[in-house]
Design a protein around this ligand. Structure first.
Ligand SMILES: *[C@@H]1O[C@H](CO)[C@@H](O)[C@H](O)[C@H]1NC(C)=O
Ligand SMILES: *[C@@H]1O[C@H](CO)[C@@H](O)[C@H](O)[C@H]1NC(C)=O
Ligand SMILES: *[C@@H]1O[C@H](CO)[C@@H](O)[C@H](O)[C@H]1NC(C)=O
Ligand SMILES: *[C@@H]1O[C@H](CO)[C@@H](O)[C@H](O)[C@H]1NC(C)=O
Ligand SMILES: *[C@@H]1O[C@H](CO)[C@@H](O)[C@H](O)[C@H]1NC(C)=O
Ligand SMILES: *[C@@H]1O[C@H](CO)[C@@H](O)[C@H](O)[C@H]1NC(C)=O
Ligand SMILES: *[C@@H]1O[C@H](CO)[C@@H](O)[C@H](O)[C@H]1NC(C)=O
Length: 514
């Protein structure tokens, strides 16, 4: 008997190993980890932003932001209604609860709370955010709030040029003061600026995102100066952030106990020709531009040399104010890019802009006609390692990570590529954490399909789909929502490719045709 049992156990072990081997072979890589492998307290969540989710663009006293006017003036699809989250937030919090999120990241619409950007608070806007935050915390979901997600009030743009004018620092600080005062007893995680680098490049160098300013040849902007404005705006964003951070420390931190961070769009770089100089320059321009001042009090040398007098200078006092002003760094990571040196072109350009200053040309990895980002988890790991090794290992929250698919309600329900992407990237985060990175949280972009910057409703990143032709904006879980939920609930059975097939059977075989 005993022997038999031993033999059976041995047999079982061999079979288990064989299954594991099969799974590895099938998935083509190691599938090791469940959420319990992460340090205790590591937060898993999902994300959204005000303009992309709320809708109700002219309701209850909200006024226009630059994002509204940018899209309206171009007659493009827009976020006037979006997911109608303004009216459906309770339903959405229920979905978050079912999914098992620890945390939810969203932004406050400045022009809903303070319609003209400064001056009186809109009581209905205030009530909405109070109700929404209350709903989240009543279910134990930790709110991570972004103050500025591309959508400053149009009034400030018209009045003094928005972010190109230092006057905005005072207004932004007053807006943050209202948020801390009104929401700070529930909100402990504040991000001042979303993707500061990409907001600046998109809005002031390329002009393809609000407020749509640029002057580079071949682009179509009515206003702007791509040689100077990106750097001026970057500088002002850093000051606005540090001013808000200082306010929090002086007035709220002791009683509220939260933290204030800054977020960046972080690409992982590689080079087909092993060009380390090109890679370093790309890192300096994309990350060091903001991280240098925040961590060390100044821009990277390479950037100062290249941009010259167009790069604003920090006085000693200013440098001290910006340095150390971020309690954490928010990393927004999707893509890897291959870089090549373009040193020669740089000196020939009579009309320098961010890219020619960087002196590097970039190709994103992926197949964009097929709505596919490359699955390159090494890129995530390299970003986190770089933060650790070159910028003193600050606390990090990965505020966005995800992959798009074409907006197609039938196809999307079976979003296996999204699961494979998320799984690979979550593994990469774990590798970095195990190697010493102080990463403390991870948010999937996006919780549900949203209005996407640049691509509108064509790109869908959500764990939940939204039927945008339905006046009720019906939400439905995709396969990835079931997968993420199983992962969050510590169920590792569904991590491999067979598990994914099983999920599909459990969740969609009966409802696939409905
Ligand atoms: C705006 O776009 C819609 C749909 O693409 C089109 O029917 C309409 O004519 C456009 N309006 C203007 C003013 O261009
Ligand atoms: C600029 O506008 C013209 C005319 O509307 C259009 O044909 C061209 O594609 C635009 N160029 C860019 C870079 O958007
Ligand atoms: C941008 O500003 C710089 C500095 O004021 C100026 O020299 C340059 O001509 C401007 N470029 C454009 C396209 O207006
Ligand atoms: C990219 O996707 C398109 C559309 O699915 C496909 O036809 C093409 O072969 C793909 N290209 C590469 C390089 O995989
Ligand atoms: C792990 O961290 C060490 C120390 O920072 C570093 O030298 C090493 O390259 C890292 N390993 C990986 C795989 O990134
Ligand atoms: C989306 O909503 C529209 C309008 O209610 C409906 O006709 C359509 O069938 C829905 N699509 C799906 C895939 O449910
Ligand atoms: C989806 O599958 C999981 C795992 O089998 C199961 O726990 C869950 O109840 C299913 N959800 C639905 C809506 O069928």
């Amino acid at each position: 008997m005993e022997q038999n049992r031993e033999r059976n156990r041995a047999m079982e072990l061999v079979l288990n190993l064989f299954t594991i081997f099969l799974l590895l072979a099938l998935s083509g890589r190691v599938t090791c980890c469940g959420r319990n492998d992460f340090p205790e307290g590591f937060a898993f969540g999902a994300a959204s932003s005000a303009y992309q989710w709320e809708g109700a663009f002219d309701e209850d006293g909200r006024k226009l932001s630059v994002w509204d006017t940018f899209l309206h003036s171009r007659n493009r699809s827009n976020g006037d209604i979006a997911c109608d989250g303004y009216h459906k937030y309770k339903e959405d919090v229920q979905l978050m609860v079912e999914t098992g999120l620890d945390a939810f990241r969203f932004s406050i619409s400045w022009s809903r709370l303070i319609p003209n950007g400064r001056g009186p608070v809109n009581p209905k806007g205030l009530q909405f955010y109070k109700d929404f935050i209350q709903e989240l915390v009543s279910y134990g979901i930790e709110p991570h709030v972004t103050l500025f997600h591309y959508d400053h009030p149009q009034y400030l743009e018209d009045d003094y040029g928005g972010w190109i004018n230092r006057r905005i620092i005072e207004d932004f600080t007053a807006y943050a003061d209202v948020c801390f005062r009104e929401f700070g007893h529930h909100v402990k995680f504040w991000t001042t600026i979303n993707e500061a680098n990409v907001f600046t490049i998109g809005g002031y160098n390329d002009g393809i995102t609000p407020p749509g300013r640029c002057s580079s040849p071949g682009r179509n902007c009515t206003w702007g100066n791509s040689s100077t404005e990106p750097y001026i705006v970057g500088h002002n964003l850093l000051f606005a952030h540090s001013s808000v951070s200082r306010l929090y420390k002086q007035k709220y931190k002791e009683t509220q106990g939260g933290s204030v961070g800054f977020s960046l769009f972080a690409l992982g770089f590689t080079s087909a020709t092993d060009d380390d100089i090109a890679i370093q320059r790309a890192k300096d321009f994309y990350l060091g531009w903001m991280l240098g001042p925040l961590i060390y009090g100044d821009y990277p040398e390479e950037m100062k040399n290249s941009v010259g007098s167009r790069l604003p200078v920090f006085s000693k006092e200013e440098s001290e104010q910006v340095k150390g002003s971020s309690d954490f760094i928010g990393i927004i990571h999707y893509l890897a890019a291959s870089v090549t040196n373009i040193e020669l072109k740089r000196s020939l350009s009579g009309n320098p802009d961010f890219y020619s200053d960087m002196g590097v040309s970039m190709t994103y990895l992926g197949n964009f006609s097929a709505f596919e980002y490359a699955v390159a988890p090494w890129a995530m790991e390299s970003v986190l390692e770089y933060m650790k090794q070159s910028y003193g290992n600050p606390p990090i929250y990965i505020l966005e990570n995800g992959t798009p698919m074409k907006q197609d309600l039938q196809l999307q329900q079976k979003d296996t590529p999204r699961i494979e992407y998320l799984h690979a990237y979550i593994d990469a985060v774990l590798n970095a954490v195990r190697n010493g990175s102080d990463t403390r949280g991870y948010f999937v972009w996006s919780f549900m399909d949203l209005y996407e910057l640049v691509k509108g409703y064509e790109f869908s990143f959500g764990l939940y789909s939204v039927n945008f032709s339905d006046p009720n904006r019906k939400r439905s879980p995709k396969l990835s929502a079931h997968w993420y939920s199983a992962f969050l609930k510590g169920n590792t059975r569904f991590l491999g490719s067979q598990g994914i097939m099983q999920l599909q059977q459990n969740n969609f075989s009966s409802s696939a045709s409905s």
